[in-house]
Ligand binder design. Structure first.
Ligand SMILES: *Cc1c(COP(=O)(O)O)cnc(C)c1O
Length: 376
């Protein structure tokens, strides 16, 4: 197969469409570079670094309009570490999980394997859809996912409620790794809204951040005092103590922190979550309108309200090889449009995080059309 060269004038200005790590804005890198001589390579126990942690915590509190008593907690290990932290420090006895893709299944597995917990209740649904949580008296923790990055399904976050509207007693833990900052949320409907900086926040990986309610903080304290064995690295109470001092338990990646602070402040300076989510909305409208009108493509997620506005999954008809398209795009500098491996579909997956310009999503659709014309 001869390589197809996409005309320069069609190419997006930035070719990064991966679902994480995702596009890092050059303005954030410029700020990092400017700060570097007195920031990088300095102690994370001193004011220079603690000030950046403080910027992150205050900036996120503002971005999510956190209610009184909620706290921004952070530590090392990314969202994957947080599943084990939640298993050790937040689930009392029995949890319920909605499992509808690679990421949402993992927290359920952690809870399943923990010898000190009862078997969790796990609701699943066909890929490209999501199940609903069910309020139950015996459940002390609910594991929801705001956006399932592997399939491009987003959900509406709300406390599970009994018939009649009374909210569940258990705490509500939301994996918002790919949603936070790009999809609107009412934090009051959650007890732990956790994420990592390498998706909507256009930073690097390695950190987890959790916005915790007073109820969740109390739960962590109670389990910490219960005598349960908790590995120190996964001890949420140690992370809470350190976060209150604008520190982390062990050494964080200073680059990650600075890029995160820059992105959060960029969102806040322009109007906050409403503004950043609107940027993703605009990109999503372009992508799904294009796919819906295309003779060879279709949004994978059938239900329009469940189509993610931050990670779009687009199926192609038989005879159009999505893997070949992704390969040509990559050769032309447009990277990471491959679908989630284990989903095994003839599909492209395109991120539309707030840092990505809608005009670049528009150009990407034109590039895909160009490649399809020239492949056949
Ligand atoms: C990317 C992602 C994760 C994993 O995040 P890490 O920081 O790599 O551990 C977890 N959940 C969701 C929904 C994700 O998109």
């Amino acid at each position: 197969m001869a390589t197809i060269e996409i005309p320069k004038e069609l190419l997006p200005l930035d070719g990064r469409f991966g679902a994480g790590p995702s596009k890092v804005r050059s303005e954030a890198l410029d700020a990092l570079l400017a700060a570097a001589p007195t920031y990088l390579g300095t102690s994370h126990r001193q004011a220079t670094v603690k000030d950046v942690v403080a910027r992150v915590r205050a900036g996120l509190a503002k971005l999510f309009s956190i209610p009184d008593g909620y706290e921004v907690v952070l530590g090392n290990g990314g969202s994957t570490a947080f599943w084990d932290i939640a298993t050790f420090c937040l689930i009392e006895k029995k949890s319920q999980h909605l499992s509808f893709g690679e990421f949402s299944s993992k927290f359920a597995q952690s809870a399943q394997m923990a010898p000190f917990l009862e078997d969790p209740i796990v609701f699943t649904s066909e890929s490209g859809t999501h199940p609903e949580a069910v309020a139950m008296a015996e459940i002390d923790s609910y594991g929801l996912t705001h956006n399932e990055t592997s399939t491009g399904v987003m959900t509406k976050i709300a406390r599970p409620r009994y018939d009649g509207g009374r909210p569940c007693e258990g705490i509500v833990l939301v994996d918002a790794t790919s949603a936070a900052g790009g999809i609107r949320v009412d934090i009051e409907e959650t007890d732990v809204y956790y994420f990592a900086p390498q998706k909507c926040f256009g930073s690097d990986g390695g950190l987890w951040i959790a916005i915790m309610s007073p109820k969740a903080l109390a739960r962590a304290a109670a389990i910490g005092a219960s005598g349960r064995y908790i590995p120190p690295f996964l001890d949420l109470n140690i992370a809470i103590e350190n976060s209150r001092l604008d520190q982390t338990y062990n050494t964080p990646a200073l680059v990650t922190l600075m890029l995160l602070a820059e992105q959060v402040e960029w969102f806040n300076a322009n109007g906050g979550l409403e503004w950043s989510a609107s940027r993703s909305d605009a990109s999503a409208k372009i992508l799904y309108d294009w796919a819906s009108q295309s003779a060879v493509a279709d949004p994978f997620v059938r239900e329009p309200a469940q189509r993610s506005t931050v990670v779009g999954t687009i199926d192609f008809i038989e005879g159009i090889d999505a893997a070949a398209i992704a390969k040509v795009l990559r050769a032309n500098g447009i990277v990471d449009t491959e679908p989630y491996r284990k989903l095994g579909r003839n599909q492209l997956r395109i991120s539309m995080f707030p840092g990505i310009d809608s005009s670049d999503v528009q150009r990407l659709t034109e590039c895909i059309d160009y490649v399809i014309e020239n492949l056949s």
